[in-house]
Design a protein around this ligand. Structure first.
Ligand code: ZN
Length: 622
């Protein structure tokens, strides 16, 4: 065998009842010693996950004539093994692992008798020094006859396997190998083309979704993104969707993405109508936003990448200050593509925008952490949020999306419509996406300035490096959109779009958030420098009475709403098992909810503003 022979990875869902995949790695023409490693994290999800903890057994052997010899295995650290005593004159080395798979998320692996799902990062050992070697992947069917109708959905390139079948696939190298999640089971398939390239969504889990609706909407969204970049760099694409009662998540890959959604997020099959043309309800709109987000990543972060991601591996954290762009710009375009492709109308889009603004505005953490800091510390802060997160951090998704909005509208305004963020994205694609050259930490700022001819240093310094409030009112006014901030009408009020800005009275507020899904009024968050904190209440406290009246989660806001502002109320609460009393003085709820309003010529927008708005929201897919 030549020394460029491919590595072979053989995966069997061998013991679904025990949630164990059996994986065999065959290394041809080995040296005397081999080092094997499993990643500590998966690209796109910036947290150390130590996938190796799910390897329950690992054994290695080498063929010597007709015999098979067991090899010595030494574990070097939490995720690395060394094999010794290999005879290079003998045959290939075989490494057999059993991997426990019982985490139903987009970033791990899951196996039972209903289906199997895995990311390569959970199953495939990297052979040190052979990262560039091509790989054969053999997917074996479950050994049980009752599961004989299982099929396979993956974006791995077929190399003998029938479409949607078990059998032989291949990958170019290790990075490619771990970039194609695999679903095996009884999924439903929705197939469509974008620019003549086959696309599909495989849906696992019990559901009764309207297939035609999904096919139409996904096709329109994908087409919109391809038109923006001017090029669709994939010859196939697959959405792997897992439907559960309650769940939400997505993870991007170069030729596919994994999605987890709630059953109610999918469009219902309706007798006698609904279907195409009917407005998407909030849950379905959110699901389309998720699909749109992951598909946009096919360009932005999977091909246009931070230099640090292009150069460093998966053994430990890789830091970049650019997640505001790779997640924030993606979050901006995910919703924008919904209106540009006609999936929501302008009002529906403004509703999504207002909600994003409210999410940023209601957390004091935006005044503590810049988006650049949020990006850099994603590993230990955004991905490890605790009760103090709203006070301490800002989301590089939400604020990043607002920075993208502000930048886009400013470029349009200051170049008189000659240039927009769309142009910046196309140049990023040409220079970094097509070439694979990583983006420098300040590279996007440089390209934006170059493409527009504007001096953007002051804008970026404020928007990215400082915690100053973003000015969105002025750029929005320029496209005929009025915005205001008003007090929340209740804990579930996230703002939205209004035909007129009605006066809203500020309710008495003490600056707390309750633990969701609990009947007791337990404090999840105590906001910084607000009445509850000043009075000494703390996260975890269970409030049992307000002014001598029993308090629980359901009645908490009503009880608080009756309190006169400016006068103190007596709050009884348990901290651990100790009863405590607090004197709290409610204050008027802050104006932290954003509301937007579409202006027309009767309400103050001139024709130039309306023209700019049409241009901003118009489809790129002519
Ligand atoms: Zn994302």
């Amino acid at each position: 065998m030549s020394d460029s022979a491919p590595l072979t990875y053989r995966v069997s869902p061998s013991r679904p009842e025990a949630h164990l995949f059996a994986v065999e790695l065959v290394v041809p023409a080995p040296e005397a010693s081999l080092t094997l490693t499993l990643p500590a994290w998966i690209r796109g999800s910036y947290m150390i996950r130590d996938f190796a903890r799910n390897i329950v057994s690992l054994a290695a052997s080498q063929a010597a004539g007709d015999e098979s010899q067991t090899l010595a295995v030494t574990k070097l650290d939490k995720q690395t093994w060394r094999l010794d005593g290999i005879d290079p004159q003998n045959g290939p080395v075989r490494v057999r692992t059993e991997v426990y798979a019982w985490e139903l998320t987009v970033r791990a692996a899951h196996l039972d008798r209903t289906h199997g799902y895995f990311n390569g990062t959970s199953l495939f050992l990297r052979v040190a020094g052979r990262e560039d070697r091509s790989c054969v992947v053999e997917l074996l069917p479950p050994p049980d006859d009752e599961l004989a109708d299982w099929r396979v959905a993956t974006s791995l390139r077929r190399d003998g396997a029938e479409p949607w079948g078990f059998g032989r696939y291949r990958a170019d190298d290790y990075e490619d190998l771990i970039d194609h999640p695999v679903e095996m089971g009884r999924f439903e398939l929705i197939e469509y083309d974008v620019e003549g390239r086959p696309h599909a969504m495989a849906i696992s889990g019990r559901q009764q979704a309207d297939r035609e609706r999904l096919r139409t909407d996904l096709g329109a969204i994908c087409t919109e993104h391809a038109a923006l970049f001017g090029e669709l760099p994939v010859d196939r694409y697959l959405f792997l969707t897992t439907v559960v009662g309650k769940g939400y998540g997505g993870l991007e890959h170069r030729f596919s993405s994994s999605l987890l959604c709630s059953r109610k997020d999918l469009p219902a099959r309706r007798a006698g109508g609904g279907g195409e043309g009917a407005p998407a309800d909030k849950d379905y709109r959110r699901f389309l936003g998720l699909c749109s987000h992951e598909y946009f990543h096919l360009w932005n972060v999977k091909r246009i990448r931070p230099r640090a991601f292009a150069e460093q591996g998966l053994e430990r954290e890789v830091h970049t200050r650019l997640l505001w762009a790779f997640e924030g710009i993606t979050s901006y375009y995910d919703d924008l593509a919904l209106v540009r492709s006609g999936r929501v109308d302008a009002k529906g889009y403004l509703e999504l925008l207002a909600e994003t603004m409210t999410r940023v505005q209601r957390n004091p953490g935006r005044l503590r952490q810049s988006v650049v800091e949020s990006s850099f510390d994603a590993w230990t802060k955004f991905y490890k949020q605790d009760e103090n997160a709203p006070n301490a951090i800002v989301s590089y998704y939400a604020k990043g999306a607002l920075v993208a909005l502000a930048l886009d509208l400013m470029l349009r305004r200051d170049t008189h419509g000659r240039c927009s963020l769309d142009d910046v994205m196309r140049v990023l694609w040409q220079r970094h996406g097509r070439t694979g050259i990583g983006v420098e930490e300040r590279g996007i700022e440089t390209i934006a300035a170059e493409v527009s001819g504007l001096d953007l240093r002051d804008f970026f310094a404020r928007a990215l490096d400082s915690t100053e409030e973003l000015d969105l009112a002025q750029p929005l006014a320029n496209v005929g959109i009025a915005m205001r901030q008003r007090p929340a009408t209740g804990p579930s009020d996230v703002g939205g779009v209004a035909d007129a800005f009605e006066a809203v009275a500020a309710r008495p507020d003490i600056g707390v958030r309750l633990q969701p899904d609990m009947s007791e009024a337990q404090l999840a968050v105590v906001l910084d420098a607000r009445p509850a904190q000043r009075a000494g209440l703390a996260p975890g406290d269970q409030i049992i009475a307000i002014d001598g009246i029993k308090a629980d989660a359901a009645g908490f806001d009503q009880l608080l709403g009756q309190a006169p502002t400016g006068e103190s109320i007596r709050v009884h609460a348990f901290r651990r098992d100790e009863l405590m009393t607090f004197e709290v003085t409610p204050e008027p709820a802050p104006a932290d909810v954003c509301e937007l309003r579409l202006l027309d010529q009767d309400s103050g927008a001139d024709e130039a503003m309306l023209e700019r708005r049409r241009d901003w929201l118009a489809s790129r897919a002519a």
